[in-house]
Design a binder for this molecule. Structure first.
Ligand code: SAM
Length: 798
């Protein structure tokens, strides 16, 4: 049964009316299942997962087919282009956006982009465009950010570079729509000025929220900063872990300030605005009842915000990392690597980069291409790549592009950077990056996928490992072996004949021994740009030992021809070892398959789930009779932990991702819950099934609910169902996007009743931030909502 989201339908209608492009109307009517042939390597996310990264994944999860998704979900098709002129007439906006499309389409005859709507607020310097299809987003962004002269950004009439970003990535800001890149100077790092020179947006690493990575790698510098041909280690840290210069205490302080100002205060503001709207409607005679502002909204600290709970690990905490295959820019004169056998045709190009860069060179900026000089035959050798993997930024001569894997710290045009300098990235993932960069890619006759030409094969690699079980899964995303959607007709970039051989070589390299410990150096806390670095071993003590035993236990390949990232249900090919990895949390063991979400900070997840357990325990007077609704349950972690802790006796979990639900069912039996009437898991979009589930709950069964949606928050139908059903007295909302979608959903759960959101509202009774992502601006939030008492409610409605 398809459930229409009325809000979505309305938006769509409005968009149709606002078509600003001649081509738009036609595009809108087209079957969006057809990918227009536009492809691009969606770069892997860096900081991804905040259950970030994964925005893209999560959105793509929501609907069963592309056409359904395209029909309902606009956010994943929206891009904001910054730095256009502030004052423009609407016909100039149309002219400008048409000129982008014409430029792109005329130089990419195989791949066409279409804009269905373009909107520019009168006094702002940005335009929000809605593309006809999600798969056009990455090429469009790449085009704006690097389709100009010499691979630089397009410029406005005054020569200022434009800057494009997905709307669903702009979640660090108060209001996505109102964000103006020119005003970025006030950073969220508490007003303390950063000591570095580079400013970058911090984007979640992985989608995983369901994590899907959503191109978090598309980090760009402020438009007023000239893009450099290469970045120093510190600049890479600035781009990907922007809080790294702060002590951990300072990081937590900056996060709590954000949570108070941009989450708690914003929720109160939004709810008050709803009251004002009702009042205005009453004054105009459109409504009879005037509802008095709920008392809690006028209290001093209306939302009880707790200090953030720190992450048990503050460095190398990620259990999942996603690298992009691309090219490393290596200055010609520094290039010492000898082309090895078989490297012919692997896409090494010479780039003439004339960008001016800083004239001073620090030790951190000294680069000698250590990866290239490491003897590929000595598997036990350790590399010291953290200090030396990018070219000297003072050198503005010719650059060679060397196939490499890593993070796109400054967009596709800036090349990939090794993960070694990043303190949130675990050692084992650097070890795999080294294998790929020193042993695999230099000898591979198959090139990385190029998001501009849509040719090439290797796209990204996702690695997930457990320090507790020592297992490690590697998923290699690749375009078809014949060379990607832009493959030449003459077949000269068809790699099918060597693909299987390369696959076998990769398996051999990844599995020949346990992952070796890579020596890395991190700056001391409160790094001020001096050369004071502390070797990782002394930072981590015994933990370093723990990593010694990790080995690759599963390998998957995933072929994907589309433009963005595949959804979690996209088929994978299992080519080595186990079909899942196992992770332990508390007393439970969980299996995780390639398409399933799992929190990226294992120790942090334990803390997070214990908080949820406590919030539920507070209200369950008869736990064994109590049913837990676990909405967006993933592999069943929260629900099964609650069963295991005895705070509830029954569980119904819902998740859109089939692989996650398959895991959840097995996880239930693995942890001793074989009786399906006690632990039931359903694969479905929550908005389709939740109203039915709630209707079927026996009248006398006490119910608590926990929701843990991806970054795009809850569907309106889910919010409505949770609000309307007064059996639920407590709702625990776990959010990886507390300053974005949590505020929106909270306002709908707690605002005065309307036709669309009827029922006695909730009120937020506790907000507990949990720092799952040290060094980045992201923060998880557990917000507890309790149903307002009937008595209190009626006072305001009399
Ligand atoms: C942040 S994860 C949380 C998973 C789980 N609670 C955990 O802690 O591991 C969000 C989950 O929401 C799921 N999801 C996304 N959209 C959904 C939808 N419309 N209905 C149900 N689940 C959805 C994703 O598949 C993902 O597993």
């Amino acid at each position: 049964m398809d459930v229409e989201h009325p809000a979505a339908a309305t938006t769509m209608d409005v968009e149709r009316q606002n078509v600003a492009h001649p081509a738009a109307a036609a595009a809108d009517g087209e079957d969006r299942n057809n990918s227009d042939g536009v492809t691009s390597a969606a770069p892997a996310n860096v900081d991804a997962e905040t259950a970030a990264p994964s925005v893209t994944t999560s959105t793509s999860n929501r609907f069963e087919s592309d056409s359904m998704r395209a029909k309902f979900d606009h956010s994943s098709r929206k891009v904001v282009v910054h730095n256009v002129l502030k004052f423009m007439r609407s016909k100039d906006v149309t002219k400008l956006t048409s000129s982008w499309i014409n430029q792109y389409n005329s130089s990419n005859s195989n791949h066409q982009i279409q804009i269905v709507n373009a909107r520019k607020p009168p006094k702002d310097s940005w335009i929000k465009v809605t593309l006809a299809h999600e798969e056009m987003v990455t090429p469009f962004i790449t085009f704006i950010n690097s389709g100009g002269k010499d691979g630089n950004a397009l410029v406005n009439e005054r020569g200022r570079p434009l800057f494009a970003k997905r709307v669903d990535e702009m979640l660090d800001h108060d209001d996505n729509d109102d964000h103006d890149h020119e005003d970025d100077e006030s950073d969220a790092t508490d007003g303390r000025k950063r000591k570095g020179t580079v400013h970058a947006n911090d984007t979640p690493i992985d989608n995983d929220s369901n994590g899907s990575d959503n191109n978090g790698n598309n980090k760009r510098f402020k438009s007023d900063t000239q893009q450099k041909p290469s970045l120093s280690d510190d600049e890479v840290r600035d781009a990907i872990t922007p809080l790294w210069r702060l002590s951990y205490e300072e990081q937590l302080s900056s996060k709590i300030r954000e949570m108070v100002n941009k989450c708690a205060n914003k929720i109160v503001k939004e709810i008050k605005a709803k009251f004002r709207t009702l009042e205005k409607e009453a004054k105009r005679g459109h409504r009879k009842e005037v509802i008095k502002l709920y008392r809690w909204l006028n209290q001093n600290r209306a939302i009880n915000m707790q200090q953030p709970v720190p992450s048990p690990r503050t460095s190398e905490y990620r259990n999942k990392v996603e690298f992009t295959f691309g090219y490393r820019l290596v200055p010609e004169e520094n290039e010492v690597v000898e082309e090895k056998d078989g490297s012919e045709g692997n896409g090494v190009n010479v780039v003439n980069n004339t960008n001016e860069a800083s004239a001073t060179t620090t030790t951190n900026e000294r680069h000698d291409n250590a990866h290239d000089v490491v003897d590929a035959s000595s598997a036990s050798a350790t590399t010291n790549a953290g200090e030396s993997d990018v070219p000297n930024p003072t050198n503005t001569n010719n650059y060679r592009q060397v196939p490499a894997v890593g993070f796109l710290a400054q967009g596709w045009a800036g090349g990939v950077y090794p993960p070694h300098p990043l303190q949130n990235i675990p050692n084992w993932s650097c070890s795999i990056a080294d294998i790929l960069n020193t042993d695999f890619l230099p000898k591979s006759s198959i090139p990385p996928y190029d998001s501009k030409t849509h040719r090439g094969v290797w796209r990204s690699v996702t690695i997930r490992a457990s320090l507790r079980t020592k297992e490690c899964m590697v998923i290699v995303l690749h375009a078809p072996a014949k060379g990607g959607a832009g493959a030449r007709e003459d077949g000269s970039d068809d790699y099918s004949s060597v693909f299987e051989e390369e696959k076998a070589r990769l398996i051999e390299l990844l599995t020949q021994s346990v992952l070796r410990v890579v020596e890395r150096s991190f700056p001391k806390e409160d790094h001020d740009g001096s050369e004071d670095v502390t070797p990782v071993s002394s930072l981590k003590g015994d933990d370093n030992e723990a990593e010694n035993g990790i080995r690759v236990t599963s390998i998957f390949f995933q072929e994907y021809e589309g433009l963005s990232n595949p959804g979690p249900d996209h088929p994978v090919q299992h080519i080595y070892g186990k079909e899942f990895i196992e992770e332990k949390l508390g007393n439970c063991t969980f299996q995780i398959s390639p398409g399933a979400f799992f929190q990226v900070n294992t120790d942090g997840a334990e803390v997070l789930y214990n908080i949820v357990v406590d919030r539920i325990r507070e209200v369950t007077s008869d736990p064994m009779q109590t049913l837990l609704l676990d909405v967006c349950c993933g592999t069943g972690t929260i629900g099964l932990t609650c069963l295991n802790q005895g705070v509830v006796g029954k569980l119904v979990g819902v998740d859109i991702a089939e692989p996650a639900i398959a895991d959840a069912k097995l996880n239930a039996s693995k942890n001793g819950y074989t009786d399906k009437s006690l632990a039931q898991f359903i694969a479905s979009p929550a908005e389709k099934i939740l109203p039915d589930i709630m209707r079927d709950i026996p009248r006398n069964t006490p119910v608590v609910a926990v929701v843990d949606p991806a970054r795009d928050g809850l569907h309106g139908i889910v919010v409505r169902a949770l609000r309307a059903n007064e059996k639920i007295q407590r709702l625990v909302y776990v959010s990886c996007n507390p300053i974005g979608t949590l505020t929106r959903d909270a306002a709908m759960l707690c605002g005065p009743p309307t036709k669309k959101y009827p029922g006695i509202p909730y009120k937020p009774t506790m907000a507990q931030p949990v720092d799952m992502f040290p060094l980045t601006k992201h923060c998880e939030m557990v917000m507890t909502f309790d149903r307002m008492s009937k008595e209190e409610y009626e006072k305001h409605h009399s």
